[in-house]
Design a protein around this ligand. Structure first.
Ligand code: AMP
Length: 230
């Protein structure tokens, strides 16, 4: 009897997972990018940055967004103009959003503009899976599963203004988290390439990290990558 129940549960679970993946495809995407961002590199540019109203964010990777994406590299955007960001729907997770999804845009603000942009451009394209609260909560949960800074530190890579190779950075994160992200760089004021954003791939049902079906494009980092302090 117990075996039968386990079997029924297993079948129900796999049908559920297949359904979630299928509904992602019907909604126009195949997987998600969870994009994390090093605040030190956002700020260490010609353009500089502004700390949010709540104060300087922690020196840790923050969330940029959770983006539905297709296997061919394209992505849906701004999928539901009738679903404008409503701050009241995330009031219970505001402190987590402030600490883990900090705005760095100028002028100083409370982050609502950044979160509204992410929800409206990307989150509304995964409404098969999430309402607004669920979207932000899923990104927070997924980020919480990655200890990127610890993974880098274990390999002797720290935000000390030093330079590291792409292999060392990816290898350290693969070793510590189980997944090697796509590394996206920006430029400091002197034009040096620096570690800016990490793209991790997430299953279409948002339950777990997966190997990336496709790498995002963009200017390559080179092999001498600065990791600036924050
Ligand atoms: P997206 O359109 O989702 O690709 O995000 C790009 C937009 O997000 C640009 O307007 C960026 O300036 C903005 N952005 C990226 N990181 C941050 C941040 N930490 N705080 C505020 N805005 C940001």
């Amino acid at each position: 009897m117990r075996l039968q129940c386990s079997l029924v549960l297993l079948i129900a679970l796999s049908v559920g997972c297949a359904a979630a993946q299928e509904s992602g495809k019907q909604a126009g995407y195949d997987f998600f990018y969870l994009v994390l961002q090093w605040p030190g590199s956002y700020c260490d540019t010609k353009q500089s940055c502004c700390y949010p109203r709540s104060g300087k964010p922690a020196a840790d990777f923050g969330i940029h967004g959770l983006w539905p994406n297709r296997d061919d590299g394209s992505y849906p955007q701004n999928c539901n103009p009738d679903s404008a960001f409503d701050p009241s729907k995330v009031s219970d997770i505001l402190s987590s959003l402030r600490s883990s999804w900090p705005t760095l845009a100028c002028p100083t603000n409370d982050g609502l503009r950044f979160w509204a942009h992410e929800w409206e451009k990307h989150g509304t394209c995964a409404q098969n899976l999430f309402n607004e609260h669920g979207y932000f909560q899923a990104a927070l949960r997924l980020r919480g599963q990655l200890r990127v800074l610890d993974a880098l530190a274990t390999a002797g890579i720290s935000p000390d203004g030093g330079y590291y190779t792409m292999g060392a950075i990816k290898g350290a994160i693969q070793e510590g988290t189980g997944f090697a992200p796509h590394v996206d760089c920006n430029r400091d004021e002197s034009g040096n390439s620096q570690l800016f954003q990490l793209y991790f791939c997430v299953h279409a049902d948002a339950s777990r990290f997966v190997e990336c079906p496709v790498q995002p494009g963009g200017r390559p980092c080179g092999n001498r990558i600065e990791f600036p302090a924050f």
